[in-house]
Design a protein around this ligand. Structure first.
Ligand code: PMP
Length: 457
């Protein structure tokens, strides 16, 4: 018999025995207490059903308790849990082969980790070992992890502590054409977006050129002219689903490589079909990174991460012993293989493109109705809605107003996420099995919450 603690009991235990940050992490003013989940749905202890549009921060990729993934994990659980990979056992090998098949050459060497932070730590190490250089560039608004090394790459102030970290890590401007200093209304069509084409007529995007100039300046002023690596989320997640002008990443990669560095795509949030049928978000930028890091959706919520790179770069780790007790755990690998099957055979990556585009179009309609929806952006089911005081100043909607809309959506059965450097962007990242009917429900709830907000003003 499964024992459910009451909400009051859980809050009491949190207060007494769980680290105090878990109190902050209840996310809502009135917390949601979950009884169970299935596919795109969560039920609370009172039996109320919620449409999950955040997936535990884009982590439940193919659906809560997806039957295919559950069956694979259960089957493995009954055979073998663990050996730290010191013996040969099938799941890790099947998984590495399956994962590598999703990547172009030369990305064929896989290291398995337990989380995204760990994957990025490893990518940093590989970049430094391989190039012999030290400096690393990341974007303002980037989130690459919370471990002592990866937090040095993270550039969202609320996640940073006043301790020594990030030695050699430098921030460059995020090429954000909505809230950044360069961009403009025409640039909205210019980002690598679902169903829009670039409308620049001059042959080159002005915002792209200016942000690249700024990157060059960072490289010239903050580094010793040589660089170890450049980390970029192909679409920023925590930073507020920020998309870059078309062509930016391709030219930025060129600039980094000219200085001896390697280019790392952090697909922890954007990978595994989140942005649609391409599976990887880097593809829309017409680049092949030197290293790709992954986690979150990789095993539908089972703790796991991965780094994929070329044999040459991967070889640098053989200079010492590299050891990871749980990396490549057989249950995680079995779950991960089933996720890839669900994405490809059950066409969930395709569904991400179809429902995501439908949702983006619906949100764009709401944007024209409401003054406080400044920007609607994203690709597949990685969607951001940036909320502003008004469309002219583009100043962030105050947090109290954001919070009330957020809470109202929850009360009406829709769970959203929040993000952006000022907490001004709603994030919509449902499990990839959502339907157009779910999208209609989400749009209707969101519209109602915005109408209520209007009435309160
Ligand atoms: N990279 C990105 C893009 C992320 O969004 C996150 C988590 N929010 C991480 C890395 C860190 O992953 P983890 O929490 O699994 O360490």
């Amino acid at each position: 018999e499964y024992k459910f603690l009451s909400e009051q009991q859980m809050m009491e235990i949190r207060k007494r025995y769980c680290g105090p940050t878990t109190m902050v992490n209840t996310y809502y003013k009135k917390p949601v207490s979950i009884r169970q989940g299935f596919m795109q749905w969560l039920w609370d202890l009172n039996g109320k059903r919620y449409l999950d549009f955040f997936s535990g921060v884009a982590t439940v990729s193919v659906g809560h308790c997806h039957p295919r993934v559950n069956a694979a994990a259960k089957k493995q659980m009954e055979r073998l849990w663990h050996t730290t990979n010191i013996y040969l056992h099938s799941p890790l090998h099947e998984y590495c082969e399956k994962l590598a098949a999703l990547f172009p050459e030369p990305l064929k060497s896989v290291y398995l980790t337990n989380s995204g932070s760990e994957a990025n730590d490893l990518a940093m190490l590989l970049a430094r070992l391989y190039t012999g250089n030290f400096d690393i560039i990341t974007f303002r608004g980037a989130y690459h992890g919370g471990s002592p090394h990866s937090v040095g790459l993270t550039r969202v102030g609320s996640y940073r502590f006043p301790v020594a970290t990030g030695l050699g890590c430098h921030q460059t401007m995020c090429p954000d054409v909505y809230s950044g200093i360069w961009g403009g209304s025409h640039c909205r069509d210019c980002v690598v977006q679902a169903d829009r084409k670039c409308s620049c007529t001059s042959g080159s995007c002005h915002a792209k050129d200016m942000y690249l100039e700024q990157l060059k300046d960072t490289l010239n002023t903050s580094t010793s002219k040589s660089v170890a690596g450049f980390f970029a989320e192909p679409i920023q997640g925590v930073g507020g689903v920020v998309q870059y002008p078309k062509g930016y990443l391709k030219e930025a990669f060129k600039m980094i490589r000219e200085r001896g560095g390697v280019c790392i795509a952090d697909e922890v949030q954007s990978g595994f079909g989140r942005t649609g049928k391409d599976i990887w978000a880097f593809k829309a930028h017409d680049v092949i990174p030197d290293i790709v890091t992954m986690a979150k959706g990789i095993a539908n919520g089972f703790p796991m991460g991965a780094v994929i790179t070329s044999r040459d770069i991967a070889d640098t780790l053989t200079r010492a012993l590299h050891f990871n007790t749980f990396g490549g755990n057989p249950i995680g690998c079995a779950a991960g293989s089933a996720v890839i099957d669900a994405l490809l055979e059950d066409k969930l990556a395709q569904n991400s493109t179809e429902v995501g585009t439908y949702l983006l179009i619906g949100l764009a309609k709401l944007q024209s109705k409401f003054e406080i929806i400044g920007d609607v952006r994203g690709k597949g089911l990685l969607i951001g809605v940036e909320m502003v005081k008004d469309k002219i100043t583009r100043k962030p909607l105050p947090n109290v107003e954001m919070d009330q809309i957020f809470e109202d959506c929850k009360d009406m059965g829709l769970l959203l996420g929040k993000g952006g450097v000022h907490g001004q962007t709603f994030r919509m990242k449902p499990p990839l099995c959502v339907t157009k009917a779910d999208a209609d429900f989400a749009l209707a709830v969101f519209e109602l919450a915005l109408k209520r907000h209007e009435k309160r003003q």
